[in-house]
Design a protein around this ligand. Sequence first.
Ligand code: UD1
Length: 343
Amino acid sequence: MIPILITGGAGFIGSHTAVALAEAGFKPVILDDFSNSQQSVLQGLETILGHPVSCHVADCNDYNTVLDIFQREKIRGVIHFAAFKAVGESMDEPLRYYHNNLGSLITIMEVMLATGVSDLIFSSSCTVYGEPEELPVTELSPIQPPASVYGNTKQIGEEILSDTVKADKPLKIIALRYFNPIGAHPSAQIGELPLGVPNNLVPYITQTAAGIREQLTIFGDDYPTPDGTCIRDFIHVMDLAEAHVSALQALQVINTTSHYDIFNVGTGQGNSVLELVRTFESVSGQPLNYRIGPRRAGDITAVFADATKVNTRLGWKAKRSLKEALADAWRWQQHLGTSDSAG
Ligand code: UD1
């Protein structure tokens, strides 16, 4: 089995990708500093896979430790998730964000070059498109000036990748621009574990339904959309996880020594926040306590993917429905119970 390093592998998308990789016959090796994730994820992975997953507790910025992990585990490819992702916090703590998100990427690439590992998948985001002028967005849609430090770390991250490949360094890289990942593994053994009050919509919904939060506030219903609420491309996290496997397999058969490409990873369909709430109510069988509040600063009106490139070139397509994603998120919340997962 080919060992693949998953930095941030104990996080939401990373842990589901560990499952998808193992199911595709790779050996996932997790590197995580657990600054925004919990050790219990490893137990969940072991239950799903039937064996323990190799995990190293380390900071991706620590060159010597990362080098040692590459050598000991005989790493042959990397999926780099490790990053901070809270938009608001990034505005208060810019240096922490630049240091962590960009320092770790540079360190990983340096270690890859030092050890002759070529294949890298990078977690980027649809945030690079800002408020798009045309929908759906393709990979050729214009990049907008970043609205947050977090968003800027993704844009600069992509530049670091393309500049390195332009310099003919022996790296084969795919950046995946994620839309809005939601849901959980259908076993309810792993899922999203937000620390404290969730920023993202679906954990806020499921925690409200579980009685942990009193009420969901929908941030604005006066947007120029059919029902007035924002529109996003909500993608099941297992579909997103499987896109990483497709990307990695594509890199493995590329013959050139340097390669860089970018793919949108979304369903291709936009759903409004209110549609999401209604769908959740129907799959959970209970009404959700919500109110309409003011807009949240920095929110985009509508963004969803044109997924043609990833569908045709990587042979990957989202398979799971919005209903399935919300049913899985709800099952996961019920597994967690009514305690605040942040403790
Ligand atoms: C944001 C980032 C995205 C990042 C992701 C990671 C931007 C523009 N987007 O996505 O790049 O990858 O977080 O966490 O920077 N909503 C409510 N009530 C809530 C929470 C959310 O109405 O309590 C609404 C929001 O206004 C938004 C939608 O739900 O319209 C989705 O919000 P969220 O889950 O936070 O994701 P994004 O903001 O789309």
